[in-house]
Design a protein around this ligand. Structure first.
Ligand SMILES: *[C@@H]1O[C@H](CO)[C@@H](O)[C@H](O)[C@H]1NC(C)=O
Ligand SMILES: *[C@@H]1O[C@H](CO)[C@@H](O)[C@H](O)[C@H]1NC(C)=O
Ligand SMILES: *[C@@H]1O[C@H](CO)[C@@H](O)[C@H](O)[C@H]1NC(C)=O
Ligand SMILES: *[C@@H]1O[C@H](CO)[C@@H](O)[C@H](O)[C@H]1NC(C)=O
Length: 528
């Protein structure tokens, strides 16, 4: 049950790229000078500032999509295809016994590239399973190998046996983008090294301080002091989810990566509502679980979570309609996690929302790869949401992009059309972790009199904790959780949580529909 996550689109993409591996095989061997030189081939070696505008002029959005060249599985022998640089390519996959000692084993991908059309050209490939994405690029005609030391889990091994490793040919202009993300890699390691990488990353890119807290790191919670509507802000710093959260924090400016909400029933029992809770089948859904179960899972979570409890202000709590909150929460319980609106929650100001080197082309590339790997999630996650934005039905990604282009809508613009809370997808309403909580707040009347002009899917986690709705009098915080150092309650964690601008912005109509968010300061204009 430790797979809880919130998930925001950009982090998801970066995660896709760096989930667990990255192969680099830089072999700039000189080639005979008998092939022609082409300007386009030089793009990857030019600085990004030069190459990207050129590239963007050369291609339409559709051309930027990675092309799927095939899947290679051990049983299936060798696959061959034509690249853009090398016309003659082959790949085969071999399972190896691995180095972990638990017999999961790994694999080696053997690639042969031949018949380059020019001596300056290269082919850039992404190799993917739903569990990892690796990439590599080739300048030379020869045999290359790409090693996968160990499959991440038995499910990955099983997937590769059945479906193989997917190979995508990328626009070579993507190289700069991929290279500049290299320092993101160690974030996903479930080791002390990985944790330190996350901490260093957040310190460097967000100015986080990570001050150690004195023991005990875990509070003895008194359920009587916790109320319906109290917000739980969670920050993970280790392993796959830690790395995922770090990227998400970086792109959204939030100092927490996941959220949940406290709800009390008529008998005074405490429950936790959470979107992104992993059920027994490994699906991420919206769930309401008892406090004891939730807390026990938090305590044994290997991602080393830091957890803060943000109690509602007494005046807000007085406004909180618990009946309506429960009605909404129950109506959502069991629904799938909000894959649809995940992508769109914060891409709301053109150009201003992607920290370099992410940009909308990369976003679309990764999403289209995801569509290939996990058709059941991804097709509806992306295609349905984009169809809603265009007012079309059941167009595939390629057709959506073509249709947008026909109407003169740019890719950036298409991605920034705001999500509407009342959109219903084929598998139900879609809410991410924080949209679920704010949906409860909206139902409970906290945003009155602006409820009808608040789209909760526009809020990031940071937008949620900067709302001015929480307890602002330190002396009223429960004694079991507050050491006077932070204006909220920290109930778990080795490091002191920071929530910059906590509890400062009063709700207003059309809140957060046009807010930029760019590191390192994430400056937010008033009333955006
Ligand atoms: C193996 O090859 C067969 C026939 O070409 C194809 O139908 C199947 O999808 C391939 N399997 C994988 C895992 O690529
Ligand atoms: C919680 O209770 C345990 C045992 O009763 C105690 O050792 C620990 O110090 C307490 N923690 C806090 C934060 O009070
Ligand atoms: C609280 O919500 C319920 C259900 O939506 C509604 O029937 C009730 O009138 C609300 N109570 C108040 C005080 O607004
Ligand atoms: C904070 O709460 C305490 C206890 O309820 C109260 O005495 C005090 O006046 C409050 N302070 C402010 C600034 O409201």
């Amino acid at each position: 049950m430790l797979g809880r996550r919130c998930g925001s689109p950009r982090a998801f993409l970066a995660l896709g790229l760096f989930l667990l591996g990255l192969g680099l095989d830089w072999v700039p061997v000189a080639q005979p000078l008998k092939v022609p030189l082409r300007v386009k081939d030089l793009l990857p070696v030019l600085p990004r500032q030069v190459s990207w505008p050129v590239l963007n002029n050369l291609h339409s959005a559709v051309d930027l999509l990675p092309s799927f060249v095939g899947s290679v599985a051990p049983e299936n022998g060798t696959i061959g295809w034509k690249g853009t640089c090398f016309l003659d390519n082959e790949a085969r996959l071999e399972f190896t016994s691995g180095d972990r000692g638990d017999d999961l084993g790994g694999g080696v991908l053997h690639l042969k590239t031949d018949a380059a059309h020019s001596w300056t050209c290269m082919d850039l490939y992404v190799f993917a399973t739903p569990y990892r994405i690796m990439w590599d690029y080739y300048f030379s005609t020869r045999e290359h190998t790409l090693e996968i030391k160990s499959w991440e889990e038995p499910a990955e091994l099983e997937y590769v046996k059945q479906h193989g490793v997917a190979i995508f040919l990328m626009q070579s202009g993507m190289l700069g983008t991929l290279l500049s993300l290299i320092d993101v890699l160690p974030l996903f390691s479930n080791t002390l090294w990985g944790q330190n990488a996350n901490i260093a990353f957040l310190k460097k890119h967000m100015g986080a301080s990570f001050e150690k807290r004195p023991q005990p790191w875990q509070a003895n919670i008194s359920v009587a002091d916790v109320h319906s509507g109290d917000f739980l802000a969670i920050s993970k710093i280790r392993g796959r989810w830690g790395g995922f959260e770090s990227l998400e924090k970086w792109v959204t400016g939030a100092f927490a990566g996941h959220t949940a909400i406290c709800l009390k029933d008529e008998d005074g029992n405490l429950w936790v509502g959470e979107s992104g809770h992993e059920n027994e089948k490994g699906e991420e859904i919206i769930a309401i679980v008892s406090w004891d179960e939730w807390w026990a899972e938090a305590l044994k979570d290997s991602s080393n979570p830091q957890i803060a409890l943000l109690p509602l202000h007494p005046d807000v709590r007085a406004k909180f309609n618990s009946t309506a909150a429960w009605e909404y929460a129950r109506s959502m319980s069991g629904q799938p996690y909000g894959y649809h609106n995940m992508i769109f929650s914060w891409i709301d100001t053109i150009g201003d929302n992607y920290p370099p080197p992410l940009d909308s082309n990369l976003v679309i590339s990764i999403l289209s790869m995801w569509t290939r790997l996990q058709p059941s999630y991804a097709a509806n996650m992306l295609d349905e949401a984009l169809n809603k934005r265009l007012g079309t039905k059941e167009l595939s990604l390629h057709h959506i992009l073509a249709e947008a282009e026909r109407r003169g809508i740019t890719l950036d613009h298409l991605l920034t059309i705001p999500e509407q809370d009342d959109w219903v997808y084929s598998d139900g309403k879609s809410t991410t972790c924080v949209a679920f909580i704010l949906g409860i707040y909206k139902a409970a009347g906290i945003f009155e009199p602006f409820s009808s002009s608040i789209q909760v899917t526009e809020f990031t986690i940071r937008d949620a904790y900067t709302l001015r709705i929480y307890e602002d009098n330190q002396t009223r915080l429960p004694r079991w959780c507050n050491d006077g150092k932070v204006p909220f309650c920290q109930i778990l964690g080795e490091y002191r949580m920071e929530l910059p601008e906590y509890n400062t912005i009063r709700p207003y109509a059309y809140m957060n529909e046009h807010c930029p968010s760019l590191p390192p300061t994430y400056e937010r204009p008033a009333n955006c």
